[in-house]
Structures are given as C-alpha cells and as structure tokens.
Design a protein around this ligand. Structure first.
Ligand code: DAH
Length: 389
C-alpha cells in the first residue's frame, strides 16, 4: 500500500507510463492491491475495519479512486485518456461488485442471526397446561348412572327451585308433619306461575298466596311426582341433582349436597325385585364381596321403608372405628312406594306397585374413597382433587 499511495499521488507521465500496456499494467497492480487487501480484511473479519477499508478506496476526497481520477485520468495525454478511462471504469466496476457482494453477505448474516434468535427451540420443555379432571362427585354420578342405565333406567333432571307441593305434600308430607323438621330449607319471594294438575298453583289448596313460597328442594324425591304426573307406568328413572337444607357446614353437613333418586313403578313389582336391585347396585358400586342388609325405617312416601346397610368397606365387617365396631355402615334410604303417593298422581294403587330409593352422592363417594370431611368436596383444593384425576 505505501507504494500504491505514492504512485497515485503522481501523474502517469511522472510514472513513465506512456503506453497502453504500461497503463494496463499499473491498473492491474492496483486491482491486485485491492484484492489482497480485501482478502486480508475478510480474514480478519473485524467490523471496525470495514469502514476504514472502504473510505480508503472510495473516499470522495482522498480515496484511491478519486486520486486515480485526479492524478492519472485528468492530466493524461489525449492518446492515453481512452485506455485510462476504460481501465478506471473496469476497476470501479470490480470494486463496486465486491462491495455489493459484501453488503449482501452482511445482510444475510444479520438475517440468519435474527432467525436463530426467533426460531423456536423444540428441545425446550413445553408450557404445561394442566388438564382438569372430573370432580370425585361427578365420577360417582357417572358410575351410578352407568349401573342403572345397564338395568334399563333412564336419567332425568328436575328443578332445584320447587313448590312445597312437590317437595312435601305430594310426597305424603303434609304441613306440620314432623318429617319436615329435618328438611328446613331456603324460601324465596319469587312469584311463580307453575300449574299443578292443570290448575295454577296459587289456586290449589297448597298454593295459598303467602302460605307457600318457592323453596330450594330438600331432596330429589319431588321428581318422583313430576315424572309420574307426566308418564304412565312402567316407570324406571333415576334423578341425579343438587339438594339444599338449612344446615350449618361441618364434616357431615352442608347447605347443598347431591342425591340420586330412584323410582321403579309397574304392575307386579315386589319387594324381591326391590331387594335384588339394591343388592345388585351395591355390589356393582362397592365390590362383589360387599353384603347388604335392610333395616326397618320410616319415610312418609314409602311403606315399608328401609335403611340399606352394607358390610363396612373399611374393616370388611369385622368392626372398626368407622362402623363403630358394628361391622355395618348405613348407605341410603329406600322402600316400596306408599300407595298414598299414587293418589297424588292418579295412578291406580290397586294394580301398580314399585319401589324408590334416595342415594346420598357425598356419602357413597366418602365410603368408596375414605373421605372424612364433607367440606373437602367443595373447597376446590387441587391437592384433594388431584387424587381423583
Ligand atoms: N328423600 C329422602 C331424603 O332426602 C331420601 C329417600 C328415602 C328417598 C327413601 C327415597 C326413599 O326415594 O324411598 O332424606
């Protein structure tokens, strides 16, 4: 370079270049210098040198090309000017081509760096979105529904807001009957337009305005009445749903819980059918080793009424804390439908018979999984819920 710098300060005359061959040789020398410097710069690959490199060649005031124009081309002899011009243009084109190529390379490198930054790293662990799972109560519902569907029952749903007529009267629980005592519930001031047996409810004996506000149903049993009103026998239904009572929450009570009502009515249904169905259900739900027994009980809408007990799932019947050493645990209430109930739905009590049962979903779930606090179902603590996923 120092030599080149000196050369371009001189005119062609001073350099003794009087023929076109000599001119071409000088330009070839300059081009070689350029190529060498470019190759060296590329090897160094220091971005700081890039600017200096190009200024030294293309700088307007004192770049090599400017000097050659000023000192070689302009003062050259007329007979040499053409060849000097051609050589200079060819040199410029060469340098320009290298510059464009270099810019493209720089841009591409930038792009690929940016791409690398933006590209997803497929080896990183993904963002885990935890899937929800079915609530233990929902699982019990589905299991019980499956068992009864396999026996030919249908699943029906009913309103949680009820009239006292369906919740009590038609189930043979008259006003002031002591059976209402443990079924206190929530009453609403909402007006209702319900009809009972074709008459507006307010006109029926039970629907005296003010005397009978709407309430939240205390059990799923009202759907026995609603179903029989609409449908002639044979009836085989189960009714899963929420029920309400005016109870303070503790380990065994809640103001809301879940039941599944069952009802089967037809000609010639006997206590044996009832017993067989109950035993089948309990074995399907709790396991083939479980035995059942029926204990006399009382419900206004069944006669006779029973409590269905099972051998204790925790000790196998030997006696433990849960079964209070008795070997038996109480499962649910049931019985043969009281003929008085048929009177409310215009069924013929002489030719028809049937049975009903009311399963507590929390209770059955609790027995299956040994859950000791009813409140756990409703606190939505994932540590509890995760165990049932
Ligand atoms: N409805 C009753 C309750 O909530 C449970 C019940 C008992 C339902 C006996 C029935 C039955 O269908 O036959 O306490």
């Amino acid at each position: 370079m120092p030599e080149l710098l000196q050369q371009i300060e001189k005119t062609l005359q001073q350099l003794d270049a009087g023929t076109s061959e000599q001119v071409s040789a000088l330009f070839a020398e300059v081009r070689k210098q350029f190529n060498d410097q470019e190759a060296y710069r590329r090897k160094q690959n220091d971005p700081a040198n890039l600017q200096i490199f190009w200024t030294s060649w293309l700088g307007r005031k004192s770049g090599v090309l400017t000097k050659i124009t000023e000192n070689w081309l302009k003062p050259s002899q007329p007979d040499l000017k053409r060849i000097v011009g051609q050589e200079l243009n060819s040199l410029k084109a060469h340098i320009e081509a290298v510059r464009l190529e270099q810019n493209a390379a720089i841009e591409a490198a930038g792009d690929s760096a940016a791409n690398a930054r933006d590209r997803e790293d497929l080896s990183l662990p993904g963002v885990a979105r935890p899937l929800g799972s079915r609530h233990p109560l929902r699982q019990t519902f589905e299991e019980i529904e499956k068992i009864f569907l396999s026996l030919g029952y249908s699943v029906v749903a009913g309103p949680e807001m009820e009239t006292p007529y369906y919740n009590f009267e038609a189930l043979n629980i008259p006003e002031h009957h002591p059976a209402r005592d443990n079924m206190d519930t929530f009453y609403m001031a909402a007006p209702f337009t319900e009809t009972v047996q074709g008459k507006p409810f307010a006109e029926t004996a039970q629907g005296k305005p003010g005397a009978a506000p709407l309430l939240l149903r205390t059990h799923t049993s009202p759907m026995q009445i609603r179903t029989m009103e609409k449908q002639q026998p044979p009836v085989r239904i189960i009714v899963p749903g929420k029920v309400y009572r005016r109870d303070n929450p503790d380990a065994t009570h809640g103001f809301m819980f879940h039941q599944i009502e069952g009802l089967a009515v037809d000609t010639g249904i006997t206590f044996c059918d009832f017993k067989g169905t109950v035993e089948y259900f309990v074995r399907e739900f709790l396991g083939p080793k479980i035995k059942t027994r029926l204990r006399p009980s009382y419900f206004p809408f069944t006669e006779p009424s029973v409590e269905v007990d099972a051998t204790c799932v925790f000790c196998g019947g030997k006696g433990c804390n849960v079964c209070k050493q008795s070997g038996w645990i109480e499962l649910f209430g049931a019985g043969m439908v009281d003929p008085a109930v048929y009177g409310f739905v215009n069924y013929d009590a002489k030719t028809l018979s049937g049975f009903a049962f009311g399963l507590g979903v929390e209770r059955l779930t609790q027995l299956k999984y040994n859950i000791n606090d009813l409140q756990l179902y409703f606190q939505n603590d994932v540590r509890f819920l995760r165990q049932f996923a």
